[in-house]
Design a protein around this ligand. Structure first.
Ligand SMILES: [Zn+2]
Length: 454
């Protein structure tokens, strides 16, 4: 009997050692990939974020429960302008919002069911870049492909471009086969629209994944997880650490369900049910009561607390914060007081040049262009010339970016060099030479206008 126990124990031990060795080996490989992607050792190197920022963040809000146009506009006015609002002076930040084409009017405003004013304002805000996300087509009990066709025609008719898709809980037109299941990508179903929606221009999709780890696209270490600990809520936060680590661990061992957790990257290439590829992104919510529980106006203050922002800067990560600005019935104003303060603090981080804040669409575009940029440099008669060839986009195909696409792209360059940048055979006029940052390296940034990277 004792011998059987001993054999059983030895097998277990060998299995554990094997799993752990396998885990450590794979983590090393993931971290090596990050080191290569963000390597700044060579003479001329691509900086991870636009100068002078050390991290990048966007707030990605689902429109659920936004009941009136006035509320929606007041929230955007506070976020995007410096005008006076019922919450005080606006922040002047580039933070976007999402919209529905259809939704029961009692739940939220929508393009087709909210009246002409709603439709007109949605178009205006899409054109201004402040609405950048389709929160699915919305909840319509008899939704079919025809509804998607009508919606896309409307966008095309108004010359509006939207490239971000976010699944909406229990919308039948959702993409994806897991948490936010839907038939939108099921070929042959009456809801199928993925071919049309992607052909129209949707490139980035959120399919239900939320992480508690502060900072994506950064090397993996234990602190990524232990940082979730909250001394005000010790038991809950320890459980959260356990859950987050377990999802990550099984993803490393090959779990498809949790594949997005594997390398803690912001974006992953995902195959939809119909076989089309899309860039899937993960959102962040570290609320102590559990993933997704803090995705409302009050909970946003927790998600973008000083502790989180400091950690984000420390790890130099990307982050797309998950929220619903419209879930605010427990706030005295359109945005809860504590969240207004947290947003003012966030605006300071942007103004001080610490955290790059932009819309979800622009952040994802920057991430993809940065990751797949094909460039080289040469010494042209004593002058440093950086050549940008193309973006080797593995999903939607290689393309030559526009100067606008390259906005914010920053190269570290040697001291005293006078770099010039070419896009194909055309010299880019709007570039800005930067002083050394905290890595003591000088750099040059492609900007829309001289003196700005926004
Ligand atoms: Zn929703």
């Amino acid at each position: 009997m004792r011998k059987i126990y001993l054999i059983f124990f030895s097998i277990c031990l060998i299995a554990i050692v094997f799993l752990l060795t396998n885990y450590v080996y794979k983590i090393k490989k993931i971290n090596r990939n990050y080191d290569e992607r963000y390597n700044t050792e060579s003479l001329v190197a691509l900086r991870k974020f636009p100068f002078p920022y050390r991290a990048a963040l966007t707030i990605c809000s689902d429109i659920d429960n936004t009941e009136t146009l006035e509320e929606y506009i007041e929230i955007q006015k506070f976020l995007n302008t410096r005008n006076f609002t019922n919450m005080g002076k606006g922040l002047g930040l580039d933070i976007g919002n999402s919209f529905f084409f259809y939704e029961p009017p009692a739940d939220a405003i929508s393009y087709f069911q909210g009246g002409l004013d709603v439709a007109d304002n949605f178009i205006r805000l899409i054109k201004a870049g402040y609405i950048d996300t389709m929160h699915s087509y919305g909840k319509k009990s008899d939704f079919t492909r025809k509804d998607a066709i009508v919606s896309l025609q409307e966008l095309k008719h108004h010359n509006c471009k939207i490239n971000v898709w976010v699944d909406h809980t229990k919308s039948s037109d959702n993409f994806g086969d897991d948490g936010t299941f839907g038939f939108g990508d099921h070929l042959g179903s009456k809801e199928y629209h993925a071919d049309l929606t992607i052909a129209y221009g949707v490139k980035y999709a959120w399919l239900g994944k939320v992480t508690m780890i502060t900072g994506q696209s950064v090397p993996i270490n234990l602190k990524n997880f232990t940082e979730i600990y909250d001394s005000d809520h010790p038991i809950d936060s320890v459980i959260n650490i356990g859950k987050e680590f377990a999802k990550h661990f099984v993803s490393i061992l090959g779990s498809k369900k949790y594949a997005m957790r594997k390398d803690n990257d912001l974006v992953k290439i995902t195959k939809l049910d119909d076989g089309q590829l899309i860039y899937e992104f993960i959102r962040f919510d570290n609320y102590w009561e559990g993933v997704g529980e803090g995705a409302n106006s009050k909970g946003l203050a927790y998600a973008i607390s000083n502790k989180t922002l400091n950690r984000l800067k420390e790890v130099r990560g990307y982050m797309i914060v998950y929220t619903h600005f419209g879930i605010n019935s427990n706030c005295a104003k359109n945005i809860c007081e504590e969240t207004q303060d947290a947003l003012r603090n966030l605006a300071k981080e942007f103004e001080k040049g610490n955290i790059y804040i932009t819309t979800t669409s622009k952040l994802l575009r920057y991430y993809i262009i940065h990751k797949y940029l094909d460039w080289s440099y040469e010494d042209k008669g004593g002058r440093l010339r950086i050549n940008i060839h193309k973006v080797k986009d593995p999903v939607f195909g290689s393309f030559v970016p526009s100067v606008q696409d390259l906005e914010g792209i920053t190269f570290f360059v040697p001291h005293e060099s006078k770099p010039i940048i070419y896009l194909g055979n055309k010299r880019i006029k709007h570039i800005r030479k930067n002083n050394a940052d905290n890595t003591e390296k000088q750099s040059v940034t492609i900007s829309k206008k001289e003196g700005t990277v926004r």
